[in-house]
Ligand binder design. Structure first.
Ligand SMILES: *Cc1c(COP(=O)(O)O)cnc(C)c1O
Length: 401
């Protein structure tokens, strides 16, 4: 008898998380390969004309064109869905393709969106620039104040959009409260879960409707490919996202999907070990600098909330060293940690958000969001934390801390 493949949802949904991460979505060809096959094919052939007619009519299963389905991409989607506890997932070309699709697929002129002010720069660009161009109203709020979510709701509010923890200020949103509020008012919640991933936080368990990802970050985890994903209910996927995605084509390449599939096998291990390293390095940095933003430390205003909704708080934190000059002095003195604006990588990477990831925003928007001139953000990797502490020590000293 054939062994269960990772595509059999009735069986795989009983698997525990670690098993899902390694085997979920595996769909073996007749060769019985152990590692998932890479199907670099844009099209498909058919034994007879009726077969393809049935597939196009939706009456038979099977591939027709890689903008619609691809076996390697389907394996990635099934694995991400299983890990997220979602009924369905669709992979995307990048995190921003995922965010754009998750918003535009369900919004129309006259709708209103409430979004968190602390967000990845391009996510803020969607909210501040792209959506208003199509007559979609947006309100940006302090996502860490529950009452602001209530106060921002209008009769035409269709979507809540936020990250938690947020990039780069590590604001934490109360998932239970905000998702519950949205549900009670018929609003769809779209959560950008890039900083945590399903290994550390599963927003659907708190009542979120849609979880969207940059899989470029922790899911790949080794800084190799751009990738994204959108998770939700089967019904939402089929009726809302799929018509948009299939006709606009923000598809991931099968090669990139294959790389992320490999990354998912070790996601849990990496996310937990990097979180541990980030906590240890964070405690060290906290004693040396004026201000740190780290949800794993009691000094974070929502430390307890973060611990209650996350299994571990993730590899990223930020700290403020008062001026751009001091921030640059620290970056320039680093010997091991790289200057890089990427995150989720197994390597430790540090950047100055005000001059990089958030440089395209207005100064007022940056100030309102808490992206100060002295803010540095670090992604803590898998190196020995003692080496990271020593590098940070000499860099802080070089900048006079
Ligand atoms: C990186 C990032 C994105 C964008 O993802 P890309 O894969 O770079 O397109 C969106 N949201 C958050 C929180 C991110 O960190």
């Amino acid at each position: 008898m054939k062994k269960t493949t990772g595509m059999d949802r009735a069986k795989t949904s009983n698997w525990r998380p670690a098993t899902r991460a390694v085997r979920g979505g595996t769909w073996r060809s007749e060769h019985g390969e152990t590692s998932e096959a890479l199907f670099l094919s844009s099209g498909y052939t058919y034994d007879d004309a009726q077969t393809v007619a049935d597939r196009f009519a939706g009456e038979a299963e099977g591939m027709t064109y890689s903008r619609l389905q691809n076996p390697t991409v389907a394996m990635l989607e099934e694995r991400i869905a299983l890990m997220e506890g979602a009924q369905a997932c669709r992979a995307q070309a990048s995190g921003m393709a995922a965010m754009t699709a998750a918003l535009l697929c369900q919004l129309s002129t006259g709708d209103h969106v409430v979004a968190a002010r602390a967000a990845f720069g391009s996510c803020r660009w969607l909210v501040d620039n792209l959506l208003p161009r199509f007559g979609i109203e947006t309100t940006v709020i302090d996502s860490a104040v529950n009452e602001q979510w209530d106060a921002a709701i209008r009769p035409n509010t269709k979507v809540f959009f936020f990250e938690t923890p947020a990039n780069p200020t590590l604001d934490v949103v109360d998932l239970h409260y905000v998702c519950g509020l949205a549900k009670s008012r018929g609003i769809t919640t779209v959560v950008d879960n890039a900083f945590a991933t399903s290994a550390l936080q599963r927003p659907l368990e708190f009542g979120a409707d849609v979880v969207a990802y940059s899989a470029t970050k922790l899911m790949d985890g080794q800084g190799r490919v751009l990738a994204g994903a959108v998770c939700g209910s089967e019904e939402w996927m089929n009726e809302v996202l799929l018509p948009f995605q299939r006709n606009t084509g923000p598809n991931i390449s099968p090669f990139n999907a294959w790389v992320v599939l490999k990354g998912l096998e070790t996601l849990g291990l990496r996310a937990h070990k990097q979180s541990e390293n980030a906590l240890e390095l964070g405690r060290y940095v906290e004693a040396r600098v004026p201000r740190i933003l780290h949800p794993g430390l009691p000094s974070h205003p929502r430390h307890k909330l973060a611990l209650s909704q996350m299994d571990a708080v993730g590899p990223i934190f930020a700290f403020d060293v008062q001026s751009r000059a001091k921030a640059f002095a620290i970056l320039d003195a680093l010997e091991l940690i790289d200057i890089s604006n990427n995150i989720g990588d197994a390597r430790s990477l540090m950047c100055h958000p005000a001059s990089t990831t958030h440089a395209s925003m207005s100064e007022e928007a940056r100030a309102e969001m808490g992206v100060t001139e002295g803010l540095l953000r670090i992604n803590v990797g898998l190196e020995d934390v003692q080496d990271l502490i020593e590098d940070m020590d000499q860099a802080l000293k070089a900048a006079g801390f």
